[in-house]
Design a protein around this ligand. Structure first.
Ligand code: AMP
Ligand code: GLY
Length: 448
């Protein structure tokens, strides 16, 4: 099969890397891709938002299946565009149409959907500038901290957590006044949930589903979860508290009602669903739905799927996932993201990257994979920085046998950290920064 992966980040490099291992993958393309995807396939210049360009690429390269990395084209209706175009009718497409993508594209839609189907989530109400007095009253009825969310897509920055009431009221006015452009014309205000977060992922054809490995994301720039929010500074998979009992609750209380709710609303959903969950004393609550995989979680998750992802994705797009079985590696995966100095604020670009293996993600069995995120190829052929998140280094290690489950997992994460951080010492560019504490909280959790 000829495969086209849309996107240019570490997530797309990791997906492409995994797909390249399939015996059915005869041609691998990425649009626009990055220097990492260029090592394993062919990059096609273009924009994921330019549907016409995507169509031309699909026809020119005889693409059989399209896998969409980011949410924007899905929310913008790329799935509908493929469905409606007679020349694209036979092309398999992994990702929901705009109706399903609204689970991520509109927080208000997602919250009301959860309310309709009894899916556990924080109590909420949504407001516009016409209902600002009600919004103030709702804020007054809640306890600090206050959670304010732009309804629409805001490049991952649309959630504000305010520590006091006056700040919340003032930010509400800023948001309704256009702080996030039209995305914050409607603002969802919700109850603050305390607990530990976990990212879970399913692949569904709308009827059946496969549960992918879960992961924990590290969102803040600073060690000990301090400082500004980022796109994600690291990931660990598996997550020890996501045990069988927790996963059963997620399946019964969240996944199954979500899928039956989608069917009830006449939404034919085929693609990934990323459940951003809060574990509140052993009970899962949905913080958010995303209609794509997470980044950097994907860079950890892909390395733990042993079965053929291309086979799973084709079955998903064809609507026959029922027969599929996913096989998950017993290894643990740890990802550390190396960023440009200054990120998530402004940062320089074009810094030359030197060091071991920056040109490749290693062999399939290598204990270290270097996934490219914000890199590009300079005119002289060297790899330079071109984004905030530059590289995602993932290590895999197998738990040693015979130490009891907890002891084995701890050892494998300790080992994974050693391998990952050793690799990071070899990689260099001006302003390189990464968190040194990825996985330490999981080790502490295991130690009790
Ligand atoms: P979201 O974009 O909805 O995932 O929100 C970004 C981050 O804000 C989440 O990953 C959480 O850390 C935090 N967050 C969002 N909603 C809540 C909530 N209701 N209670 C506590 N934290 C939240
Ligand atoms: N790492 C979180 C996200 O991809 O939204």
């Amino acid at each position: 099969m000829n495969v086209l992966v849309l996107g240019s980040g570490g997530r797309e490099h990791a997906i492409a890397w995994k797909l390249s291992q399939s015996k059915d993958c005869t041609g691998l393309y990425a649009m626009p891709g990055n220097p990492g995807t260029a090592q394993i396939g062919k990059n096609i210049p273009g924009s994921v938002k330019d549907f016409r360009q995507i169509k031309d690429a699909v026809l020119e390269h005889d693409i059989d299946i399209v896998v969409v990395g980011p949410e924007d084209p899905l929310v913008g209706g790329l799935g509908d565009f493929f469905k409606q175009d007679p020349q694209l009718g036979k092309v398999l497409f992994v990702g929901p149409c705009a109706d399903g993508a609204a689970l991520e594209g509109s927080k208000e839609f997602a919250k009301k959907f959860m309310l309709r189907y009894g899916i556990p989530t924080a109590a909420f109400q949504s407001f516009t500038s016409e209902t600002i007095a009600e919004a103030d009253r709702f804020l007054e009825s809640l306890k600090a901290p206050y959670v304010l969310k732009a309804d629409g897509l805001a490049a991952g920055k649309g959630v504000l957590i305010c520590q006091d009431l006056e700040e919340a009221k003032s930010e509400l006015r800023n948001m309704l006044g256009g702080k996030f452009g039209s995305a914050s014309k409607t603002v969802v205000i919700e109850e603050f949930l305390s607990g530990i977060e976990v990212s879970m992922f399913i692949l569904t054809d709308g009827k059946d589903y496969l549960v992918l490995p879960e992961a924990k994301d590290y969102k803040r720039i600073g060690e000990g979860d301090t400082g500004l929010n980022t796109g994600g500074m690291g990931a660990v998979s598996p997550v020890p508290f996501a045990d069988d009992a927790f996963r059963k609750k997620v399946a019964e209380r969240i996944i199954e009602p979500t899928l039956s709710g989608l069917r009830e609303e006449g939404i034919d959903y085929r693609g990934f669903i990323f459940l951003g969950l809060m574990n509140c004393g052993g009970d899962p609550y949905v913080i958010e739905y995303n209609v794509r995989m997470g980044d950097p979680e994907t860079e950890a998750v892909m390395t733990r799927i042993d079965s053929d992802l291309l086979h799973h994705l084709s079955a998903c797009a064809k609507g026959c996932l029922k027969e599929e079985r996913i096989s998950i590696s017993p290894s643990s995966a740890l990802t550390v993201v190396c960023v440009s100095g200054g990120y998530p604020g402004s940062y320089p670009k074009g810094k030359r990257i030197s060091g071991c293996r920056v040109h490749s993600c290693g062999s399939f069995t290598s204990p270290v994979k270097v996934f490219h995120s914000g890199t590009s190829l300079a005119e002289d052929g060297s790899i330079v920085t071109s984004g905030g998140r530059v590289l995602a280094i993932t290590s895999n290690s197998f738990p040693p046998a015979g130490e009891g489950e907890a002891g084995s997992w701890k050892k494998s994460i300790v080992q994974g950290r050693e391998t990952c951080y050793a690799e990071l010492e070899n990689i260099d560019f001006d302003g390189k920064y990464f968190r040194r504490d990825i996985g330490l909280d999981i080790i502490r959790y295991i130690e009790g």
